[in-house]
Design a protein around this ligand. Structure first.
Ligand code: FAD
Length: 434
């Protein structure tokens, strides 16, 4: 099935259109082939080009590079996440391993940005885990205890304090963590494309259809041509499963999001002129909502089992309506017609929220499955899988490999049924916060 993204994502529309797109039009061979040009694949390519300046490296994407989830996410570069479960000591130590990986992810993005002087609207503003329901106090108190044990600076806020900070009186309580960055995901991934070195050949709009490994090479079939490569790294995240990679350990979820136009000065004044902020939900299926530095509001409040290859316009319109209502109930004074764009994107999940970072076979590697936190972790895993595939080791690889590994998933149709039931249950529990 062809992978086709909807084209109305404000983050991507903010960027200049790219020219001279190179599509696969002859058979090729390479030392290295990377499939998928999001944060993971672009970082893998950047690292391989440093490690092997005289080898032939090809990076391929089914669509335009960076225009999958990497260019259309909500832009939270996280140091902590809430919905991971961590009450016993064992869970605490797992949670610490997770935050160690998040920290390495932030450091990797920071280093890239500094080295290449990237402007991606980086704002170390922290983030809120907010809820409109008083019952969530206990969950936030437990989370606060966990963060205290691990030394993360944070504080709890009440309705009045939140309403001043956010410009909406929708939320009753929140936990604010000082760590975590808000950024423009499209600008970040575009910078990764623009700074690719000359020894990486970027091929776009060329979907890998089938691959097969023989003794010393991997044969990759595209629509009209093929690439034969010595080593391959799969960086297709939500599409790992459809390429047969770790297919009993990951599954794709489709998310949709919408963005408003910039608020006018008087609209912005009417909500108290808040500084840029980002709210994550306390319940997994609640809304992620963000006020950008240029006064736009972003909302993401759906996650579902859907074909990862395409969302039809009518399906997207329905989800866009849910997002319009999500904004309206938080900002009733704003006009109804301020949504500028709505889009869908694919993430990859595992059962226990762990990531994939693996040698699949001799000369075959894969990294992905960041369970919605791929800006930092994807950038980190891309670099580190390139190093691992080059038979080198780092302290980062040791930390990544000490994480809990993804657990096995049941086969279809039980898998989709199970996921669907869980999502419906979580949606019910999130209720008003969607
Ligand atoms: C709406 C939304 C909000 C999100 N919010 C956040 C957030 O706030 N913070 C955060 O950290 N993460 C967030 N995420 C998740 C984050 O975007 C991903 O984890 C991250 O982009 C993964 O990067 P990647 O490079 O591994 O995968 P992707 O960016 O998905 O790139 C994979 C690439 O592989 C290509 N591909 C797939 N199949 C093939 C094939 N057969 N042949 C060739 N190419 C192929 C695709 O076209 C795609 O470009 C969000 C995601 C979505 C969709």
């Amino acid at each position: 099935m062809n992978l086709i993204n909807d084209i109305n994502c404000s983050w991507i529309n903010d960027l200049n259109k790219r020219a001279n797109i190179n599509v696969l039009s002859t058979d090729k061979s390479s030392d290295w082939l990377i499939i998928g040009a999001g944060y993971t694949g672009l970082s893998a390519a950047r690292k391989l080009s440093e490690l092997h300046p005289s080898q032939k490296i090809i990076l391929v994407d089914a669509q335009l590079a960076g225009e999958g989830a990497s260019g259309r996410n909500s832009g939270y570069l996280v140091d902590t996440t809430l919905n991971d479960g961590f009450t016993s000591n064992k869970e605490l130590s797992n949670y610490k391993k997770k935050t160690d990986i998040y920290k390495l992810g932030i450091d990797t993005v920071k280093k890239f940005i500094k080295e290449h002087q990237v402007n991606c609207d980086w704002n170390e503003t922290g983030k809120y885990f907010a809820s409109s329901r008083d019952e969530d106090q206990e969950k936030l108190t437990n989370f606060s205890n966990t963060l205290s044990k691990l030394g993360f600076e944070h504080n709890l806020l009440n309705k009045e304090e939140l309403s001043k900070k956010l410009g909406t009186s929708f939320y009753n309580l929140a936990l604010y963590t000082k760590g975590g960055i808000l950024l423009h995901p499209g600008k970040l991934v575009r910078a990764m494309i623009d700074t690719l070195s000359d020894n990486v050949e970027l091929i776009e709009q060329s979907q890998l259809l089938e691959w097969e490994k023989d003794d010393d090479s991997i044969n990759c079939k595209f629509r009209n041509n093929k690439i034969i490569t010595k080593k391959i790294i799969f960086c297709t995240n939500g599409f790992l499963k459809s390429l047969g990679i770790k297919k009993n350990y990951n599954f794709p979820l489709t998310l949709t999001a919408s963005m408003t136009r910039p608020l006018t000065d008087s609209e912005f004044k009417s909500i108290g002129e808040p500084k840029e902020w980002g709210v994550l939900p306390v319940r997994p299926m609640g809304a992620t909502i963000r006020m950008t530095n240029d006064k736009r509001i972003l909302i993401r409040n759906t996650a579902e089992v859907h074909s990862p290859f395409k969302m039809s316009k009518s399906d997207l319109d329905k989800r866009s309506l849910t997002q319009k209502l999500g904004i309206k109930k938080r900002f009733p004074s704003l006009p109804d017609d301020i949504l500028e764009s709505s889009w869908s994107g694919i993430v990859s999940r595992t059962r226990n929220s762990s990531q994939i970072f693996d040698k699949i076979d001799n000369n075959v590697f894969a990294a992905g499955c960041y369970n919605g936190s791929g800006i930092g972790v994807g950038t980190l895993f891309g670099e580190q899988i390139a190093i691992k595939a080059s038979n080198e080791s780092t302290k980062e690889i040791n930390i990544i490999e000490s994480r809990d590994k993804p657990t096995w998933l049941p086969p279809q149709p039980f898998l989709n049924l199970g996921i669907h039931t869980r999502l419906v249950y979580e949606k019910f529990r999130a209720k008003l916060d969607v």
